[in-house]
Unconditional design. Structure first.
Length: 280
């Protein structure tokens, strides 16, 4: 867990929710009242966000006491209790929605990721996420992908050079873009991996003639062209398939022999896992 990022996220999330006070709790529950609550799982899946939830409780009220029964990455089923929390009723209610929002979404992502990772288990292909994440929640969503067994692609624009179709078009072609990227890194004294997206076999030929990259993204290729591309590349570069890949057809892409498959759907259109924080 990146403590600095998590601290900032929790601070901003609480400020967004709390405003000038939880007037419902303050008006209905006496100051100093205490209570207990349990995190109840209401749908089968993979649990994610427990470590984050504990940090949320700690930051809201370090005197809250938690007892954990299930951990991140565990398979859960309807009726399971992930943890209990006890202490200030006001603090528990302040934490409730933030904990649930994060854990439900993270668990949904981890569940979907894990399901697809299992589909890929007969192959050497690994599953990547993308930057198609919820603003402000990217770290959490990519954390959930890792919990589910997937692999994080670049975190942002700063930790890898990924030359996509628009970059190529603006740069005046593939060779120009690759040369410029390498010159930039040399000038800045930086080492970043370079990946380039190609849209067809003709563009792939241009990349292979130029070299000077680490990874090739094969975007929206047909299965026949993808198999041809993997054969032509012949392990000289890391290969990644992307575009139009779903849970229903992902094994067909893996069967083409690519090293990685990236799926935006892991984070941009996932169903949250149902759970609740219930007083008892």
């Amino acid at each position: 867990m990146d403590k600095k990022l998590i601290d900032l996220f929790i601070k901003n999330a609480i400020a967004e929710d709390l405003g000038d006070g939880d007037h419902t709790s303050m008006s209905t529950i006496p100051a100093g009242a205490t209570g207990k609550a349990k995190l109840l799982v209401k749908e089968d899946g993979i649990l994610a966000g427990v470590e984050l939830a504990l940090e949320i409780f700690r930051q809201i009220d370090p005197t809250l006491y938690t007892e954990v029964f299930l951990n991140d990455g565990d398979e859960v089923k309807y009726g399971d209790i992930a943890f209990t929390v006890s202490g200030s009723s006001h603090a528990i209610l302040l934490a409730e929605r933030l904990v649930l929002n994060c854990m439900q979404r993270m668990s949904g992502i981890a569940t979907k990721t894990n399901r697809i990772v299992h589909l890929l288990s007969p192959y050497q292909t690994r599953l990547l996420d993308t930057r198609k994440t919820t603003p402000g929640m990217r770290y959490l969503e990519k954390w959930a992908v890792r919990i589910g067994g997937g692999v994080n692609h670049r975190i942002g624009l700063y930790d890898m050079i990924l030359i996509k179709d628009n970059h190529v078009d603006y740069a005046g072609g593939i060779a120009n873009a690759i040369t410029a990227a390498n010159d930039y890194l040399a000038d800045k004294g930086k080492y970043l991996e370079i990946e380039i997206e190609v849209r067809n076999l003709e563009e792939l030929d241009q990349v292979l003639a130029k070299g000077m990259v680490n990874r090739i993204m094969l975007d929206n290729f047909s299965f026949d062209d993808l198999k041809t591309a993997v054969k032509v590349i012949d392990h000289r570069f890391i290969t990644e398939a992307s575009g139009g890949i779903t849970e229903e057809n992902i094994t067909e892409y893996a069967d083409c022999g690519v090293d990685y498959i990236s799926m935006g759907a892991l984070t941009h259109s996932v169903k949250s896992l149902d759970m609740s924080l219930k007083a008892y």
